[in-house]
Structure formats: structure tokens, C-alpha cells
Write a new protein. Structure first.
Length: 225
């Protein structure tokens, strides 16, 4: 299982560093983008808002890991609520963008590397928004379980729900120009996600499903009992 995670991580690192860093820089800015990317942008913004609203409004004193922080949009939103944020992303180029955009945010530390690196320590909350969606179901379950062991309160994460409509859209997406495509995403069945409650020490609850045609994602919280 670890080998499959490492192999996919290597491919994603190459993609976000060498293929799409400029596109993600633009997607997470206010610059005009294509129709497809605008739908993705709107979906991501709705998801960010849903996750933020699940957290306390006053996060002063809370330490939060933004796992797969990209250009730091969510990290800055957490900083505005007073949290101490550690943002980690596999892409060095996206981390550089995040640092440049966060020059006024004094409570954020950014690192390029593996979001599962244990040396970052424990956190009050760990957030993995759209950073696990490219991995196998087994790696998703294992990663969230690992995050849960290091989160004092809860892990908030997103997955791609497995539905007929979404599988159809993913097939249609293959007909778009390669420049418009993201790496393959892996839908996950509810029965597999339910495994996260097997330890009997966590409570799994759905936050929200966001649908914006080519952006479909579900946010969940795995909270300590």
C-alpha cells in the first residue's frame, strides 16, 4: 500500500511542478479562466467555505495542518481566524506562490514535501481538501487513519463520491483538451469510507457535497469521540 502511495505521489509531484503549476496559480487567483476552469474555481470556493464554516469562528491557539495546501488559499482563511497554520504541499512551485501571496499572514509556515510527514507533529485539526482524491481507496483510508492519530479534535477531508453521473462526467472529461484536464481522480464508495469508524474511537459525519459540473466533491469530518 505504501508503494502505491509513493508511486502516485511521485507522479503528482511531477504534474503539479512541471505541467500545471502556472494553471493552478491562475486558477486560484482572480484572473479570467476558461469556462471549465471557472466551474472548478467556483466549486473549490464553495468547498473552502463549507470546511471553514465547520470550524470554530475563533481559532486562536489552535494548530492546524493544511495538508495539500496548494497556493495557500485555505491556509490564509484559517490564519484570518487566528489559527497557527502549517501548510504542506508536494509542489515546490505552488509553495512559492503560497509564500508570495501570504507575506502579510504571520501565522503560516509553508513546507514543500509529503503532507503525511510525521515530523510536523500533532495538530488540533488536520484538513485535507482535494489532496487525497487522486489516490487509491486503500491509500485514502490509510492516510485519513494516519491523520486521525495526529489530530486532537478532528480531520476534515474531501473525497470524490462514486455516482453514475460523476463516472459519466469523468468519461466525458477525457474528450477535453489535455490542458484542461487534471490528474485522474478516484471515486470512493460509501461502504469503503465507512471503514473509518471501525476503530470505534471516531465519529464520521458528512459536511457537504459540492457539485459544479466538473467539480464534484464531498467534505467529511472524522472527529474524536
Amino acid at each position: 500500500m505504501q508503494n502505491t502511495y509513493l508511486a502516485k505521489r511521485a507522479r503528482l509531484e511531477n504534474y503539479f511542478n512541471e505541467v500545471s503549476s502556472d494553471a493552478w496559480d491562475k486558477l486560484t487567483s482572480n484572473e479570467p479562466v476558461s469556462f471549465v476552469r471557472q466551474l472548478v474555481r467556483e466549486g473549490r470556493e464553495k468547498m473552502q467555505a463549507a470546511i471553514i464554516e465547520k470550524l470554530p469562528k475563533d481559532l486562536r491557539g489552535a494548530r492546524i495542518l493544511d495538508a495539500g495546501c496548494g497556493t495557500g488559499v485555505l491556509s490564509r482563511m484559517l490564519d484570518e481566524r487566528g489559527a497557527e497554520v502549517v501548510g504542506v504541499d508536494i509542489s515546490e512551485k505552488l509553495i512559492e506562490v503560497a509564500k508570495n501571496r501570504s507575506s502579510l499572514n504571520k501565522n503560516i509556515e509553508y513546507f514543500a514535501g509529503d503532507m503525511k510527514e510525521k515530523s510536523f507533529g500533532n495538530f488540533d485539526y488536520i484538513i485535507a481538501m482535494d489532496s487525497l482524491i487522486h489516490y487509491s481507496t486503500e491509500d485514502v483510508i490509510s492516510s485519513i487513519d494516519d491523520f486521525s492519530s495526529r489530530a486532537n479534535n478532528s480531520v476534515l477531508f474531501t473525497v470524490i463520491p462514486s455516482t453514475f453521473a460523476l463516472r459519466t462526467k469523468l468519461r466525458l472529461g477525457k474528450f477535453f483538451p489535455k490542458s484542461e484536464r487534471s490528474p485522474e481522480v478516484v471515486p470512493i464508495e460509501w461502504a469503503r469510507l465507512e471503514q473509518l469508524e471501525d476503530l470505534k474511537i471516531n465519529t464520521l459525519s458528512k459536511i457537504k457535497r459540492i457539485k459544479s459540473f466538473f467539480y464534484v466533491s464531498e467534505a467529511w469530518e472524522l472527529a474524536n469521540r
